[in-house]
Design a protein around this ligand. Sequence first.
Ligand SMILES: [Zn+2]
Length: 281
Amino acid sequence: MPELPEVETMVRGIRPFVEGRTIRDLIECPCPCKPLNYRPQFSEIEARVKGQGIKAVRRRAKRAILELENGDALVIEPRMTGLLLLSDPPDPGHLRLEWKLSGKRQFNSLWFWDRRGLGTVTLYENNEYQALIAEGYLGRDALEMLAADWSERVEKSRRAIKVLLLDQSVAAGIGNLYASEILHVSRIHPETPANILSRVQIKRLAEAVKDILETAILHEGSTLSDGTYRNALNQSGGYQNAHKVYDRAGETCLTCGVGVIERIVQTQRSTFFCAKCQRKK
Ligand SMILES: [Zn+2]
């Protein structure tokens, strides 16, 4: 589930303890579950990152990136249940990777923990990753999109706006949870075909994307009832308490106080909305 705000929180959490340090060792933890998806294979990643300094820790969409001094980039995609942690994993059995870091500080290891093991770890050589981003690989990061960018993208599509929001090639970083919240704040019905949105609705949508994602980052993301998502110190996020519609089916709408939150399924994913606040065109 980690979406843009959760990955940004992980990146901000580990950055002060990871940037500027050297990777002494990268170790695959003994986990009996299916291994992570590595590209190239783990032994090659291990050999190439060992002894490298970590120049910067960044986020792109729902991926965390360790930029190495030699220009290589180690890109970690948490997917469903992955976490980057400095301490206290939710359980030791699903620890997958340990970066042993040079020097003695408060934290001397970075961990990747993943219960379902759908996370991916990819090593890109020699600024290859920067080039891919420049070419538009991964789409545009949702936090960088302006109203004009949204206009250009929605005009071209007859897909339901909720489905479009989840398309990472349209805007990278938004997932199922924040898509429902964004459409609620924008007062847009989730089944509205993207190309019939009015200019006013597109403007509201652009503002809501920024507002919801930035506020969720300030609250260190959302920890849902499954408890999976944790920040770098294994603490819960706080934004779940601010959700207006997500996972609230059958409850009275917090915005209008009249409507009842409905749940529908779009492309196999749940969507939550208030039909009073988000009227169908
Ligand atoms: Zn409402």
